[in-house]
Design a protein around this ligand. Structure first.
Ligand code: ZN
Length: 303
């Protein structure tokens, strides 16, 4: 299934150099690019119970690998795992929640998370920001920047099905620049010039981009939205890194569009009247032009 590749520019179009520029402009390797609401701050694994266990020989509760005072990762009272299992399960992002669980409950959660993570195979990466398992129709946004060649850090709690996506928005300096999603017309390439030049046209004419992010709204109560932060520190729009980030944004939007478009294909088609009503709403919102609306209407009524 190569439908994705048709609309998405080849990954090589972003050079290592440009990619690194985008990242280095921020906080470098540990910079958070994918955020999930409710996720905890990074793990501080030294705590009050540690001294008591200091002399004990320990094994990871999940994989049984030997761990010691320095390498053990505490999940909750009496439950220690190794660094690999912590990385895979990403439970360090949910430290507070995990500490509330009994060792048995916490172990179950860790194992479930690792199983979910291992089930996810990256078959497509959009510049490291959006990762997809196309055969399984799953996607995720890694939680730490993965400038090319670095291993993405995936939070299994942030692996979602294609169906989970409701809509997505490109946001620059707090302004919505483009919006798409299920049942919405395609964004298309019109927003973007080749080097991102045309992109800021309807922004408030700022020369500086303070923030460029993509917000993905989900039909998921526990995680209502996921952000992909492409720029999170002031950057001159003349800079190559800005153009690179805009290109990446475009690739991500194309991929999201493909995902939601595929999804629509699986849905029961609404009646023409419902469809026309939907497009009328889009017209009233200013999301489509009167010409586009008329064209859709004609098509739907078989005129
Ligand atoms: Zn382990």
């Amino acid at each position: 299934m190569d439908e994705y590749n048709e609309n998405i520019p080849k990954e090589e179009t972003i050079t290592d150099e440009a990619g690194e520029e985008v990242v280095l402009n921020g906080v470098s390797e540990e910079a958070v690019i994918g955020e999930v609401e409710g996720a905890d701050e990074p793990f501080d694994d030294r705590d009050e119970d540690e001294e008591a266990d200091e002399k004990e020989k320990l094994h990871c509760a999940v994989c049984d690998k030997e761990i010691n005072f320095f390498t053990k990762k505490k999940v909750t009272r009496g439950l220690y795992i190794c660094g690999d299992c912590e990385e895979k399960s990403a439970v360090h992002r949910y430290k507070k929640e995990m500490r509330k669980l009994s060792p048995e409950e916490a172990l179950r959660v860790v194992i479930n998370k690792i199983t979910k993570a291992e089930n996810f195979r990256i078959t497509k990466s959009i510049d490291g920001y959006l990762l997809m398992d196309k055969p399984k129709e799953l996607w995720t946004v890694p939680y730490a920047a993965t400038a090319i060649k670095r291993i993405p850090r995936i939070d299994p709690a942030m692996i979602f099905s294609y169906d989970a996506i409701k809509s997505y928005e490109l946001i620059e300096n707090g302004n919505c620049m483009a919006k798409g999603g299920v049942g919405m017309p395609p964004i298309g390439g019109l927003l973007f010039g080749e080097d991102g030049a045309g992109f800021s046209a309807n922004s408030e004419d700022k020369d500086i981009c303070e923030q460029l992010q993509i917000m993905i709204n989900l039909q998921n109560v526990s995680v209502p939205r996921v952000f992909i932060n492409l720029i999170f520190k002031d950057i001159d729009k003349e800079k190559k890194a800005y153009g690179a980030a805009v290109l990446t944004a475009q690739k991500i939007l194309s991929a999201l569009e493909n995902i939601t478009r595929n999804k629509e294909g699986n849905y029961i088609v609404n009646s023409p009247a419902d469809e026309i009503k939907k497009y009328k709403e889009l017209l009233d919102m200013g999301a489509i032009t009167p010409e586009e609306y008329e064209e859709k209407k004609k098509k739907l009524l078989n005129l």
